[in-house]
Design a protein around this ligand. Structure first.
Ligand code: SF4
Length: 210
């Protein structure tokens, strides 16, 4: 098939697991859809940004599924969940919860690109407090933080929304937060700025957290 010059950007990674890893098979599959001189961007969010020819997109997605590559839309969407390396084990550090949260929120449309992070214990290797939405597993429950930013003069840690959450409560609260942002955020308003403008306390009131 003759290639058009239209390309679709995708953010690709190997999904949530013990560290951000790719297998040779996954890399070879990626290579099938990239020209030799294509630049691949390696982001801090454990993703590769690749450009796939538009007419090959559906086939590429099918092949990516076959080799376990995960792919996400690029732009004003919730990014994939950045995670720690789960060094203490899958169950103990809540990997199934991280996977489920990622499945629920990654790719949701929002006013500006939103970066969520998850970490399996309070040591915080996944850097949850310097991302838009941060989750820390502490023993058997979860803490939810919002509004962190790591860059520039506005750098600030995220604030605790609620601790002692079970997985169901965590999913629900994150859903509600994204909905509040979608409904009230201005076009291209970054999430941490939205939280500051809307007011952290007002957010908690909307979420019915006293
Ligand atoms: S946050 Fe905790 S569980 Fe995750 S990699 Fe760091 S020390 Fe290990």
């Amino acid at each position: 098939m003759k290639k058009t010059n239209k390309y679709i950007q995708l953010a690709v990674n190997g999904g949530i697991g013990f560290g951000a890893k790719l297998t040779p098979k996954q890399l070879m599959t990626l290579g099938e859809y990239l020209d030799g001189d294509t630049e691949i961007e390696l982001t801090t969010l454990q993703q590769l940004i690749v450009q796939i020819p538009k007419e090959e997109l559906e086939e590429a997605k099918r092949k990516f599924d076959e080799v376990g590559l995960h792919y996400y839309k690029v732009g004003k969407f919730v990014k994939n969940l950045r995670t720690c390396n789960f060094c203490k084990g899958e169950e103990e550090e809540g990997m199934p919860v991280a996977k489920e949260l990622n499945k629920r929120i990654a790719g949701q449309e929002v006013p500006f690109t939103l970066r969520p992070a998850y970490t399996g214990c309070p040591i915080g290797c996944g850097e949850p407090l310097i991302n838009d939405i941060g989750v820390i597993k502490d023993k058997d429950t979860y803490e939810l933080y919002i509004g962190g930013i790591s860059k520039g003069r506005e750098a600030q840690p995220a604030k605790l929304v609620k601790a002692n959450l079970d997985p169901g409560e965590l999913y629900l609260l994150v859903d509600q937060i994204l909905e509040i942002y979608r409904e009230n955020g201005k076009k291209r308003e970054k999430f941490y700025r939205f939280v500051d403008r809307f007011g952290f306390q007002n957010m908690k009131e909307e979420l019915k957290i006293v």
